[in-house]
Design a protein around this ligand. Structure first.
Ligand code: 5GP
Length: 139
């Protein structure tokens, strides 16, 4: 499949669609997942047109990994989460639904199941507050 420049994350990168931004640098952007599987679920994306791991420039893959490593502890602190899941899906068969590479960073707690994937829109005011909580913990 060819990269679709009109996918929702490409639109967020171009500022054509809104997002609750958590972090940005020259190669990556991170924002709240709008249908979170747990409170504090964020996404890290490269500023590079790649559907998946298989077509992402290695420098941008490194940048995504570094941003993930920077933000996962901030999410952990902000939500006092004992565990943090990092996930990245490649291809519809793997469950990918937005075809611009992204890392999921999801807080996990003992005995708390994750909500269903990409299913229920969160309250926007709550997402805004969660973004602020995470931003305050970025070191
Ligand atoms: P995937 O299934 O491709 O691994 O994950 C896509 C993620 O993007 C899902 O967790 C879904 O909730 C999230 N998502 C889908 N549309 C939007 C959107 O318009 N804005 C944001 N912030 N997240 C989205």
């Amino acid at each position: 499949m060819a990269y679709d420049p009109n996918n929702i994350f490409a639109k967020i990168l171009r500022g054509e669609a809104p997002s609750f931004k958590v972090y940005e640098d020259d190669k990556t952007l991170a924002f709240m997942d709008v249908m979170p599987q747990a409170d504090g679920h964020i996404l890290v994306i490269p500023k590079f047109p790649a559907e998946s791991l298989f077509d992402l420039d290695p420098d941008y893959m490194a940048a995504v990994a570094l941003t993930t490593q920077k933000l996962a502890p901030a999410v952990k602190r902000a939500f006092k989460a004992p565990g943090i899941m990092v996930a990245q899906l490649n291809g519809a068969e793997a469950g990918q639904t937005v075809f611009h590479l992204h890392m999921h960073i999801i807080p996990r707690f003992n005995g708390v199941d994750m909500k269903l994937h990409a299913r229920q829109l969160a309250d926007f005011e709550l997402l805004k507050q969660h973004a602020e909580r995470i931003k305050a913990e970025i070191k």
